[in-house]
Design a protein around this ligand. Structure first.
Ligand code: PMP
Length: 411
């Protein structure tokens, strides 16, 4: 008799052959104790964390902890309601005010996660008569949001502004709005959108807007951490910015900011905003504090350290002879020759005390099998050198790269 899970049988078989047989399953990793932003106990092993997306290391910022503790004491552990029912507290409004100040935009809406922000904004802004022209490498939440919108979905080649232009040109005589959807930094490979070129394309076409998901670039790019639009000097041309508090801001939650005068309409019609519980008071309190740190002088210093760490790791892993998917960025993705080799590599790293993200096709661009590292401003040079030494040893053990073997043996 057929079972309701039967259609997942091939996937589960693949999981068994990859992970169970290899004796390594990333889905079973458990942090038993978090020692700091860059170290945890996994079982009995002290492990360097190199895959957290905690880019600025703000998960333990003392001011944010203090604000979270106070909110917990004053407002309790949760709101037990949605924003439109009983779930809007003074803290949610304060966070939206902070977002407006942070991004210099007229409107800001907080969602319960970044995933919900993309679902909500994309599915509500665009309708059946509209066109969404999105980068092919966009995040799963963008794919799901655009599907929910019922707009016509057109994908353009990753980071190819000329291809975007061509596709928009084909829509020239179609009524309906067009929304270009991109990300500031792409999460898997760490590469950056050619935003200036994309803005130039947008300006050539009527009724065309841009939405940028700054999940991985918030706090990371731009002098004040406002992401790629700030770095590229095109903030006025990016109509909607979506983001998350789950990376640089060190907590959880999502948002969208915009200066479109009718933006707040979303509060009346956006289902993933209306029909879900709002963030707990301690979370919104810590998010607001961390945003104010990100835009201040401390944030600038953290960005500098993050950049230095990214360059350090990228240069040394490259020097070992490993293939890195893109130029230096807070995401350094090492490309393994096959999924099996990536699993073995990942296992070698975790057993030696280094945690990175294992990312396999089809979740990756170009069918890459990746050991995805993400840097933290709080990583020390010593920690990163240890990570590099372990990468070298594991690569050598796997016979992956001769040069690695020579370097590790002969130093
Ligand atoms: N957008 C991008 C580009 C992401 O990488 C992620 C999370 N990995 C999200 C959205 C969703 O964010 P959240 O974790 O807040 O749901």
């Amino acid at each position: 008799m057929a079972d309701i899970f039967d259609r997942f049988a091939p996937l589960m078989a693949q999981r068994d052959s990859f992970f169970t047989e290899a004796g390594a399953d990333p889905f079973t990793v458990r942090m038993d104790q978090v020692i700091s932003q860059t170290e945890a106990m996994i079982g009995n092993r002290r492990t360097i964390l190199c895959g957290t997306n905690n880019y600025l290391g703000l998960t333990f910022a003392p001011e944010a902890l203090k604000a979270a503790h106070a909110a917990l004491d004053d407002f309790g552990t949760g709101t037990t309601g949605s924003r439109v029912a009983n779930g809007t507290y003074v803290g949610h409004k304060a966070l939206e005010d902070e977002l407006k100040t942070f991004f210099k935009k007229d409107h800001a809406i907080v969602f319960s996660t970044g995933f919900l922000a993309n679902l909500g904004v994309l599915s509500t802004l665009m309708g059946p008569d509209d066109f969404i022209v999105m980068d092919a490498d966009c995040h799963a939440s963008i794919y799901d949001g655009v599907r929910m919108s019922q707009a016509q979905i057109i994908r353009f080649k990753h980071n190819d502004a000329a291809d975007l232009d061509k596709r928009l040109a084909r829509l020239a005589d179609k009524p309906g709005n067009k929304l270009i959807v991109i990300e500031g930094i792409y999460s898997m490979l760490g590469d950056t959108a050619p935003l200036k070129d994309i803005v130039a394309v947008k300006k050539k076409h009527a009724n065309t807007y841009i939405l940028s998901d700054e999940a991985h670039s918030l706090g990371v790019l731009g002098r004040f951490g406002r992401g790629l639009p700030e770095q590229d000097g095109v903030e006025a041309d990016v109509d909607f910015i979506v983001g998350t508090f789950s990376k640089s801001a060190g907590t959880v939650g999502g948002f969208c900011v915009s200066s479109h005068p009718k933006f707040d309409t979303l509060r009346l019609v956006c289902r993933p905003y209306i029909f879900t519980a709002s963030l707990p008071p301690s979370v919104v309190a810590s998010a607001a504090v961390n945003l104010s740190i990100i835009r201040g002088p401390e944030g600038g210093a953290l960005r500098k350290r993050l950049r230095r760490n990214a360059q350090h790791l990228h240069a040394r892993l490259t020097n070992l002879g490993l293939k890195i998917a893109s130029g230096p960025s807070p995401v350094v993705a090492v490309v393994a020759p096959s999924p099996e080799m990536a699993v073995a590599f990942w296992r070698g790293l975790i057993e030696a005390g280094v945690y990175v993200n294992l990312a396999l096709p089809p979740a990756t661009p170009y069918g890459y099998s990746l050991l995805r590292c993400s840097l933290c401003a709080a990583h020390t040079e010593e920690q990163l050198d240890e990570v590099v030494a372990i990468f070298g040893r594991v690569a050598a053990d796997l016979g992956l790269i001769e040069r690695c073997a020579r370097k590790v043996a002969g130093a």
